[in-house]
Design a protein around this ligand. Structure first.
Ligand SMILES: [Zn+2]
Length: 187
């Protein structure tokens, strides 16, 4: 079904099993876990050409001091290098969270053919949840969009991350309070 015409023959065996959207979303989730490991909000992305992952990315905004270092942007930059092209025509982008408006813009500039995302982002979503950038008919490029692939698992990852962070903050507050009390004790 997918157009594998751009791949060299040895990477394009006729009888290869085509991976499902769920398969690639799980790969994006692995990237999201890498973000968790470095204390970033767990969002991961992969870009696929034919049946192969050509680029990966995860959130690195805090660690890179870069507000644009979203998972999708990282993957788009890498895919551009791999394909040696600023257009990513005929590729598919899998991302665990609905793209924000910045990433939606980059997806359109890159001419990505299809976007598949997991969880909805009710705070900054750029597809349907808050803004409608990704599929705005006024653009001259219209990626096909599939939402809700492994939605619950993608969403649970993010909720767990924020729950852990709230817990950590609570513990820190408690620790600071205890330390302050100890300092106040007479010697
Ligand atoms: Zn984004």
């Amino acid at each position: 079904m997918a157009d594998n015409g751009n791949l060299p023959a040895d990477e394009n065996p006729v009888n290869v099993t085509e991976h499902s959207d769920e398969y690639f979303m799980r790969e994006a989730m692995k990237e999201a876990e890498l973000a968790t490991d470095i204390g970033e909000v767990p969002v991961g992305a992969v870009i696929v050409a034919g049946n192969s992952i050509i680029a990966r990315g995860h959130n690195r905004m805090i660690s890179a001091n870069d507000p644009s270092a979203h998972a999708e942007i990282a993957a788009i930059r890498e895919a551009g290098r791999v394909l040696d092209n600023y257009r990513l025509t005929d590729t598919r982008l899998y991302v665990t969270l609905e793209p924000c408006i910045m990433c939606s813009g980059a997806i359109i500039h890159a001419r990505i053919g299809r976007v598949i995302y997991g969880a909805r982002d009710y705070k900054t979503g750029g597809d349907v949840s808050v803004f409608n950038i990704l599929q705005d008919p006024r653009h001259n490029h219209h990626p096909e969009v599939t939402s809700g692939v492994l939605e619950e698992e993608c969403s649970a990852m993010i909720s767990a991350f924020f729950a852990r962070r709230r817990e950590q903050k609570k513990l820190e507050k408690l620790k600071n309070r205890t330390e302050a009390q100890i300092e106040e004790l007479p010697n």
